[in-house]
Structures are given as structure tokens and as C-alpha cells.
Design a protein around this ligand. Structure first.
Ligand SMILES: [Zn+2]
Ligand SMILES: [Zn+2]
Length: 345
């Protein structure tokens, strides 16, 4: 029996989940942002201006959805150093409640962009969460945010000058960026390493490709294709929460399913389709030079057999499978990781 890993029903909607407008340090208005993305076939934008939530529900209509969200940063406090030398955590918060503007880890003092300050309300001023650069503080922010109805993502680790010691202890993340157009354009391309490091510890975190656009030049590079029942706030947030999407900087994934122990993938033209796991166990279909492939079928028998052996030796970690598709331009699409306990194998 087929098990669809991307939902069989619903429809794919193209989303940019990381964006700055002139509410903080971007140079496009929210309206210009919507127009630009709709022109390029997007249906969803998360407006993640810095340090403050400003909903743009007035932009939502039958063919466009604005997600209420923001990006918080917590930077090392070493006054003797310039910003370029300091590590910094950047986290995005996508709200399940489209009207949400206050949250317990908000601090009016933390809002530093002039435009953003003009959106601080008296109600917001009552919040004065103290941001400290530490794993404890970040985990507290994530835990509180999850409890308050936010999906939390960990952004651009490479640009943030962070390494394993900074992200490995994080708990409760929903997503981690492995592609960020702004960072790619400025010479800080991210990698899937933080994703796999977190997954190997059993953190069920999803891969995100985003733009982090501050101007038109960094739009349309990385996106999420979310499969939802309909283009409505609750349906889309539910699909995002449950990982019913893939991320991409180019290729499309049309179908992903398991049938009789075989993983099937159907894609747009690609030069490589491969699956990877929590250990050195992978499989790949590669196109001959100058040609392309658009489907792959991977028999998972040997991987499952090795799992049985590892389990009998009490050495089985958190087994998962995820798929990557690469096209002729070197762009990729990434599925989320599917942990074995989710799969009918
Ligand atoms: Zn950032
Ligand atoms: Zn950003």
C-alpha cells in the first residue's frame, strides 16, 4: 500500500518564509513585497521584520496569504568587539494566530530600527524580556514561543558565525535554514550540516530554504512548497507545523511515496536524486553527462536490515531518511527527514 510522504490531497503553494520590509531594515513596503512575490507565482509570504511582530492581514486575499511573524536576534555582548566578530542567534517566529502582536519574550528595548519603533504599542511596552546570549536563554525563548503558538526556526548559522556548540543543544526548533538567498548572495552559503546534526539527536526539525530578502535583488532564490488543503491561515500553518512541504532553490518534487519497501521520488529535470540517512547509508540516481533524470526508486531493504542488526545491538540511534534533488544549475530541493517510526515499512 502506498504511503504518501507529501500529502496526496491539497495543493502546493509557494512560500517565502523570511522577509524584511521597511517596517525594519528592508527597502520594500509590505504592499510592494506582496506584488513582487505574487508576480513570481508565490502565494505566501511570512513578514519577519526584526524584533517586532507587525501583522499584515490586510494583504491576505483569495490568492495571497500573509503570515504574522518576526525575527529575533540575540548577539554576544562583548563591547570591545565590532559586530562582525560576534556570534549571534537569529530565530524566526511564525505565529499560528494571525492577530498576535505580543509575546512573552518580546522586549520593547530590543527594537532598534527606527521605523519598527513606531509600531511599539503601550501594551508591548509591558514586555521586557531580557535577552542574553546563552543556550539557556535561547532554549527558554524557544520553549515559551512554542507554548505561545509559534513555529520557531533557526536562521543562517553560517552568517551568524555559529558552530555545533551553539546549535546542537537547542531544543524544540521547528525549522533550520539550509538555504538563505541573502546569505548566499553575500558569500555565506549555509549547508545541511546543522540540520543533520540536530536530526541525529532526534530533534524533528525541518529544512528551510528562504530569501531573507531585504530588497528586490535577494528575492526568489529559496522557497518552501507547502501542500495544504486550501490557502487559509489555519490550513497553511497546520501543514507547515506538520512538515507537509519541501524546500527548494530550483527543482520541483511532484511525488514522494513509499510502496512495498521502495521509496519513490518524481521530480522536475534533475542531474541527481539521492536519499541520505542519519548514518553513512545513502542511495543515488545520477544522470549521464548532459542528460537528466526525473524519477528514482530506492529499495530500502538493506537499510532496514542494518537497522534490525543495530537495534539488536542496542546501537540504533534515531533513524531517518530524507531526499535531495539537484538540477543542472546546482540548485537543490530538500524534503524533510522522515523518521522510521513515521513510515510504514
Ligand atoms: Zn537574520
Ligand atoms: Zn532576516
Amino acid at each position: 500500500m502506498k504511503q504518501y510522504l507529501l500529502p496526496q490531497g491539497g495543493k502546493f503553494y509557494k512560500a517565502n518564509l523570511h522577509m524584511h520590509t521597511n517596517v525594519s531594515d528592508g527597502n520594500m513596503t509590505p504592499e510592494e513585497t506582496k506584488r513582487a512575490y505574487v508576480e513570481q507565482g508565490y502565494s505566501i509570504v511570512a513578514f519577519t521584520d526584526h524584533e517586532i511582530i507587525v501583522p499584515h492581514n490586510e494583504l491576505t486575499d483569495d490568492s495571497f496569504l500573509a503570515i504574522t511573524s518576526c525575527e529575533l536576534s540575540v548577539t554576544e555582548s562583548r563591547p570591545q568587539l565590532p559586530f562582525s566578530c560576534k556570534k549571534t542567534y537569529h530565530l524566526n517566529f511564525l505565529s499560528k494566530d494571525s492577530e498576535k502582536v505580543v509575546f512573552s519574550t518580546f522586549s520593547a528595548d530590543h527594537v532598534h530600527y527606527v521605523n519598527a519603533k513606531s509600531f511599539i504599542t503601550d501594551e508591548m511596552k509591558q514586555y521586557d524580556y531580557r535577552h542574553v546570549y546563552s543556550v539557556e536563554c535561547i532554549n527558554d525563548i524557544i520553549a515559551r514561543s512554542n507554548a505561545e503558538g509559534f513555529l520557531v526556526s533557526y536562521n543562517h548559522p553560517v552568517w551568524s558565525e555559529q558552530d555545533y556548540t551553539d546549535y546542537a543543544p537547542l531544543k524544540g526548533l521547528w525549522g533550520v535554514e539550509l538555504y538563505n538567498t541573502g546569505c548566499v548572495n553575500s558569500g555565506y552559503p549555509d549547508t545541511p550540516q546543522p540540520l543533520d546534526d540536530l536530526l541525529r539527536q532526534g530533534e524533528r526539525v525541518f529544512p528551510l530554504a528562504t530569501d531573507d530578502a531585504h530588497h528586490y535583488g535577494s528575492c526568489f532564490g529559496g522557497w518552501v512548497m507547502v501542500k495544504a488543503e486550501r490557502l487559509e491561515y489555519d490550513a497553511v500553518m497546520k501543514a507547515l507545523e506538520h512538515g507537509e512541504f519541501y524546500s527548494s532553490s530550483g527543482p520541483e518534487i511532484y511525488e514522494l511515496f513509499i510502496e512495498d519497501g521502495v521509496l519513490h521520488v518524481r521530480t522536475s529535470d534533475a542531474v541527481q536524486i539521492f536519499y541520505s540517512t542519519e548514518r553513512r547509508a545513502t542511495g543515488a540516481v545520477c544522470a549521464e553527462k548532459g542528460k537528466t533524470v526525473c524519477e528514482a526508486a530506492f529499495n530500502l531493504d538493506w537499510y532496514l536490515k542494518e537497522n534490525e542488526t543495530l537495534a539488536s545491538q542496542d546501537a540504533l540511534g534515531e533513524p531517518y531518511i530524507r531526499v535531495t534533488v539537484k538540477d543542472q544549475q546546482g540548485n537543490c530541493a530538500w524534503t524533510r527527514a522522515y523518521f522510521l517510526d513515521e513510515l510504514n515499512l
